[in-house]
Design a protein around this ligand. Structure first.
Ligand SMILES: [Zn+2]
Length: 312
């Protein structure tokens, strides 16, 4: 009876699997704070994409870890960059799998910030417009490699419009944009920085990520991205921001994604290991809450397990 009247149903189609592809690795390496999540070599990433498709998942989200970082993030937009190579290899091997690429500069910058920085003594500034130019170049290189969707996660102002314009001008009208429209400065990103090797070397990211206290600002940020041409809006992190997710979905009626982030993942893993509850039941309850709150797409490190757990 409960199944007959259930309002929210999960399936493999709801989930997006993040993959960390490292130019430095020959074999996979487990991320210490995220049990069961690995940095992958290029070859492993193709295998993992295969596996994802076999399980019924529709999409992967790629993050790159370059061999070299510099002050201009040149590896982010290099033709033979690690993400560009991975996109080509995965699209060749598993053409039906939707490949989404994270577009940011932090993994490629020697200082670990999401944009170009200028330092004045004690203070540093992230230069918005210079950063947007590099982000658009990066998105274009991903589209050229075959990405179906580019996903800018930097939170600079005006980047969605700049990316849309550059993609269109180069014949990539079909490449979509999944915007990290509402990304809060959050303590829950901790483990990801180990995974993507991108902790800031000085300062923090509060000058460009949002204050968790601001819901009105979240809607204004999302509205700008809609105007500039975003196809999918994302809210990040997930559980502490269900109200924002709900409002974004209701207000704009756009396909809406949510990112259940590394710290949220690590918390559940740790609690399950201590015997506080059963991992699977906890994950299913969390994912149901995200979908109920309006998520069309859920980026989660449990995507593969969920594809199996939600089979019937
Ligand atoms: Zn970043």
């Amino acid at each position: 009876m409960r199944n007959l009247v259930r309002e929210t149903k999960l399936s493999a189609h709801d989930f997006v699997l993040p993959l960390f592809v490292s130019e430095k690795l020959q074999e996979r390496r487990e991320i210490r704070s995220m049990p069961g999540v690995f940095q992958l070599s290029l070859t492993d990433s193709v295998q993992e994409a295969h596996r994802a498709a076999e399980l019924g998942l529709q999409a992967v989200l790629l993050f790159g870890i370059p061999a070299r970082k510099d002050e201009q993030a040149t590896a982010a937009f290099a033709d033979d960059g690690i993400v560009q190579q991975a996109v080509r290899a995965i699209k060749a091997a598993v053409p039906d799998l939707v490949v989404i690429t994270d577009v940011c500069l932090c993994e490629y910058m020697s200082h670990g910030h999401c944009g170009v920085t200028r330092r004045d003594g004690e203070h540093f500034h992230v230069l918005n417009d210079e950063s947007v130019e590099l982000l658009a170049k990066t998105a274009l290189s991903h589209a050229a490699a075959g990405a179906d969707l580019v996903a800018p996660s930097d939170m600079m102002d005006g980047r969605i419009g700049a990316i849309r314009e550059l993609l269109d001008a180069n014949g990539y009208e079909q490449t979509g944009i999944m915007s990290y429209a509402v990304k809060f400065a959050s303590v829950f990103y901790g483990p990801f920085r180990e995974a993507a090797e991108s902790p800031p070397q000085f300062g923090d990211r509060r000058s460009y990520q949002m204050d968790s206290a601001n819901a009105g600002e979240a809607l204004r940020e999302a509205a700008l991205d809609v105007e500039e041409g975003a196809d999918i809006l994302m809210v990040k992190p997930a559980l502490p921001y269900l109200d924002i997710l709900w409002r974004v979905r209701e207000r704009f009626g756009k396909p809406t994604a949510v990112y259940h982030v590394s710290g949220e993942f690590a918390m559940v893993k740790a609690a399950a290991e201590k015997g506080c509850f059963e991992e699977r039941a906890a994950v299913l309850e969390i994912m149901t809450s995200l979908k109920r709150a309006g998520a069309d797409l859920i980026v989660t490190y449990w995507a593969k397990e969920l594809a199996e757990w939600t089979r019937n």
